[in-house]
Design a protein around this ligand. Sequence first.
Ligand code: SF4
Ligand code: SF4
Ligand code: SF4
Length: 356
Amino acid sequence: ATATAAAAGPTDRAPDDVGVVHILWINAGLSCDGDSVALTAAMQPSIEEIVTGALPGLPPVAVHWPLIDFECGPVQGADNFVEWFFKADRGEIDPFVLVVEGSIPNEQIKEEGYWCGFGDDPETGQPITTSEWLDRLAPKATAVVAIGTCATYGGIHAMEGNPTGAMGVPDYLGWDWRSKAGLPIVCVPGCPIQPDNFAETLTYLLYQLAGSAPMIPLDDKLRPTWLFGATVHEGCDRGGYYEQGQFASAYGTPECLVRLGCWGPVVKCNVTKRGWINGIGGCPNVGGICIGCTMPGFPDKFMPFMDAPPGSHVSAGASSAYGAAIRRLRAITSKTLDKEPKWRRTGRRLTTGYRS
Ligand code: SF4
Ligand code: SF4
Ligand code: SF4
C-alpha cells in the first residue's frame, strides 16, 4: 500500500516492520512539483533501485510520495495516503525521513484563510497547513530533507514583493535546527534539483541511518559538500572559450555565454560536470545561461536574467585582452604541432638522428 509495494508487489513487506525506514514526502509547500518530476529521471541510483532494495546494505524503505503512491485521500482514517502522516504524528512509525518540497509560507501574516495545506483535520474538516505539519513532524523525524530551491532557501515564491512571506525550511525551523538523531536539515537546492544529486543524497542518508556511513558532510548552507563545492564555470564545457576571450553574442554558437547572462563563474552547482540525465546536458554545456537556480540568493540577486552579470564586464574584458594575445601565441604553437617531424620521409638516407 506504499510506494515500496507499488514497485515491489503488493504488501510483501509490512511498512511498519522494525528496520523499515519510512520516507514521508510533503510536496505541499509553495511548489510546482518540479523536483518530484525531476527525480523520476535519476539514474545513480534510480528511484526503483531505492524502493525495491536493489542496493546492497540499504535498509528497506517505504516511500509515501504523492507522485508515485497508489494511495490517495486527504483525510485521517482508513487506508489512505495521508494516514501515514497521522501515524508519524502519533509516533507509530519510526524511523522516518521527512522530505519537504516547496517553500513554507508565513501563515501568521493574515487574519483568515491559509496559504497552503496538506490533508484535512478530522476535527474541523479544514486543511492542515504545511507549516503545521512541519511543527508536528519535524521533532519526530530522524532526518528532514529539503528538496529544491523553494524548500531549501525560499526560491521563486520568496521573491521580493511576494504576498505570502515564503521562506525555506531552514528559515522556518532555524538554521541550527537538529533532528532527534542530531542531523541538521539537509538541503539539496536546484530549480529543479539535478535528479542524481537528490537520489544520491537520499541514499547517503539511508546508509547513514543503517549505520554504514558517517555524518553527512554539509556546508554552511546545509548542502552536501561533495555536490556543491565547485562552480558551474569550473566544470563547464565552454571554459576554454572563456579563457581565450571568445564570447558568444547570440545563442547557437559554441563560445562562452557570459555576455548573454551566464552567472556560472560564481554559482555552486555541478550540472556542467554531472550532466542532467544519464550524464547528458547541464545548462551552459548545452547552450543555456546559468541563472543561479541553486543559490540562496536566487532569483532576486540574478535578475534580470538575460543581462550580463555586472562583474563579468571586468573579468570578461580582461579575458578578452589576455585571450586575444594567448590565442595568437597558441596559433603559432598549434601550427608547429600540426606538422609531422621532417625526418618522416622516403629516400636512401636516414635522417632521424639515430646513432649506432
Ligand atoms: Fe518548482 Fe523550482 Fe520550487 Fe522545485 S524549486 S518546487 S522546481 S519552483
Ligand atoms: Fe563559465 Fe558560463 Fe562561460 Fe561556461 S558559459 S565558461 S559557466 S561563463
Ligand atoms: Fe541552475 Fe545554473 Fe546549475 Fe543550471 S547551471 S542548474 S541554471 S545553477
